[in-house]
Design a protein around this ligand. Structure first.
Ligand SMILES: Cc1ncc(C[n+]2csc(CCOP(=O)(O)OP(=O)(O)O)c2C)c(N)n1
Length: 563
């Protein structure tokens, strides 16, 4: 036991959890913590908006696999974190948010900058804690990290009243902590694994659907081994891109509204689907009733709440995805030495042939070309984040992700403004790899102030803006489904993005052709300052193919004429 303040205990607790970077903004009710931070070796990255601090922590977590930490003061600081916390929650990303709160005697008195942070975030966090004495802080921090990073990961918020931060007590930092009632189920039942193996081996058209849970569990190698043994094609969810190398012969890419047509077509044909670490999102499945109607579905997930939530599986398995896939691989190996090519595996080649080199129309437009060029130039461990809109969908269709944790995008909440701060967080986690945000002009404008953070903190990320002077995705939907009644989508009044970057002290380029883009992009990812590349693109260049909302995966639109 050592005499220290609650704030000192917090900083020590964070340090002992391995925290070396915090993203945040100070304010009145968190100042004692910032004072203690002054004496610590933890790097503090001053965000320019708390929403960005939360997205930075999220990007850090997704790139590294370790919880990211964000911090804010009470009231508006805490409420500004909300979109970032909800984004992390929807995508099962482990962040720990620390907020200041008014001193205990002021709670419930409508004090300056008081708000019920715990009440606000309870539906969008995995857990919340509010230590009420200084000596409770170390245990609260340990619990926060344990809960955020185990089982199905997610955000945890620790709200600390100001007088608890300043209170001095005899405090020790525990090595271990137990959370009563919290026991994430990890081991699958052996009989279920045997059954899953039999179902897959007896199927004529086995297929794997791999999701974000495979990435979280670091289980990509096991998944690949199973696919190769079974000669089963693999499709992913949008967030699951990277759980199976998209340049692998068995990869068909992502399914869903903006998925690859070959993936959507083949998933309609399978007779046995192994769905791993996916949540059967409507964006992936289209109409639930039509999804894999004639297939047996095996669903493995660590969160029992996911099994049967949207689609009832024939074989539900609650388990840590890594352990379950290890055991499934062993079971399949016991029963099958090598599988010869089948009609189904030949169909994979055939369908890929049909679609992979096609732009689904005439010639490939500028935006797919840019996305493919990024892939060509970035090394396989380079990280691409995206915003939300057409930019994300071009990425989904044309950017082949090779390694886990190199594709970071907001899929559950679909948060515009996520990609740039997430890229900053990812670059802090992985300073040696190039990190690029693929943006739309609308999304970039929501969090462009992170340019100040990049310059100030020497975090050289590259932002590629597909600049169509419009809220493009909404415009596309208005074009296709609302009779071209363009309501509130034209983004006039944007600054010159090259000059904007320069005004922040970053670097700006404009690329009007693919040749120009190639040249400046190569320069940008090697540069030691943040770079914005403004690519003027045509607003009418729409993203196709896609499955219209409310339809089944077989109803693919290849162009405006089929809408
Ligand atoms: C914070 C937030 N507000 C609104 C939306 C709804 N929305 C989805 S896509 C989109 C347009 C995106 O425009 P832009 O960032 O310019 O990208 P583009 O589609 O043009 O590539 C909008 C407004 C959203 N997803 N997130």
């Amino acid at each position: 036991m050592v005499k220290m303040s609650g704030s000192q205990a917090l900083i020590q607790g964070l340090w002992s959890e391995g925290v070396r970077a915090i993203f945040g903004i100070p304010g009145g009710q968190i100042m004692p913590v910032y004072d203690a931070l002054y004496d610590s070796e933890i790097r503090h990255i001053l965000a320019r908006h708390e929403q960005c601090a939360a997205h930075m922590a999220d990007g850090y977590a997704r790139a590294s696999g370790h919880p990211g930490v964000c911090m804010a003061t009470s009231g508006p600081g805490a409420t500004n974190l909300v979109t970032g916390i909800a984004t992390a929650y929807a995508d099962s990303s482990p962040i720990v948010a620390i907020t200041g709160q008014v001193a205990k005697p002021f709670i419930g008195k409508d004090a300056f900058q008081e708000c019920d942070t715990i009440g606000i975030v309870t539906p969008i966090t995995k857990y919340t804690l509010q230590p009420m004495e200084a000596n409770e802080i170390p245990e609260a921090i340990k619990k926060a990290f344990l809960i955020a990073s185990t089982g199905r990961p997610g955000p945890v918020l620790v709200d600390i009243p100001r007088d608890v931060q300043t209170g001095v007590s005899d405090i020790s930092i525990p090595d271990k902590v137990e959370v009563r009632g919290y026991k994430p189920h990890v081991k699958p039942h052996p009989l279920q694994i045997e059954r899953a193996a039999d179902l897959l081996l007896n199927a004529d058209k086995p297929m794997i659907w791999s999701g974000g849970g495979v990435i979280i569990a670091n289980a990509a190698p096991q998944l690949r081994a199973i696919a190769e043994l079974l000669l089963a094609p693999v499709v992913t969810s949008l967030i699951g891109k990277g759980s199976f190398p998209e340049n692998h012969p068995l990869s068909l890419g992502p399914i869903g509204m903006h998925g690859r047509p070959e993936a959507n077509k083949m998933v309609c044909e399978t007779d046995c689907l192994l769905a791993v670490g996916v949540r059967f999102s409507d964006r992936s499945t289209g109409r639930f009733e039509e999804f894999c109607q004639d297939a047996s579905i095996i669903h493995i997930d660590i969160d029992p709440a996911e099994l049967g939530k949207n689609k009832k599986p024939n074989l539900p398995i609650v388990a840590d995805v890594g352990i379950a896939l290890n055991e499934l691989l062993a079971a399949i190996k016991r029963k099958l030495a090598k599988r010869e090519e089948t009609a189904w595996s030949k169909r994979v080649e055939e369908i890929k042939e049909q679609f992979q080199n096609s732009s689904f129309g005439e010639s490939k437009g500028y935006q797919p070309q840019i996305v493919e060029k990024i892939r060509e130039i970035l090394p396989s461990n380079g990280i691409l984040t995206t915003e939300v809109g057409k930019n994300q969908m071009w990425g989904e269709l044309y950017y082949k992700v090779i390694e886990p944790r190199t594709w970071i995008t907001s899929t559950g909440l679909g948060t515009m403004g996520f990609g740039f701060p997430a890229a900053v967080g990812a670059k802090v986690a992985k300073p040696d790899v190039p990190v690029v945000d693929l943006a739309g002009d609308g999304s970039f404008r929501m969090t462009e102030n992170s340019l100040a953070v990049c310059v100030d903190e020497h975090i050289p990320v590259t932002v590629v803006i597909l600049n169509n002077s419009s809220l493009g995705m909404v415009e596309q939907w208005q074009r296709l489904f609302h009779d071209r009644r363009y309501s509130a989508v034209k983004l006039s009044g944007s600054p010159d993005f090259v000059k904007l970057a320069e005004a922040y002290g970053a670097q700006g380029f404009r690329a009007q052709s693919i040749e120009e883009f190639e040249k400046v992009f190569k320069e940008a990812i090697k540069s030691d300052v943040a770079t914005v590349i403004d690519c003027p693109v045509a607003p009418e260049e729409d993203v196709f193919p896609f499955v219209p909302p409310g339809r089944g995966l077989k109803d693919i639109l290849y162009g405006a004429e089929s809408a």
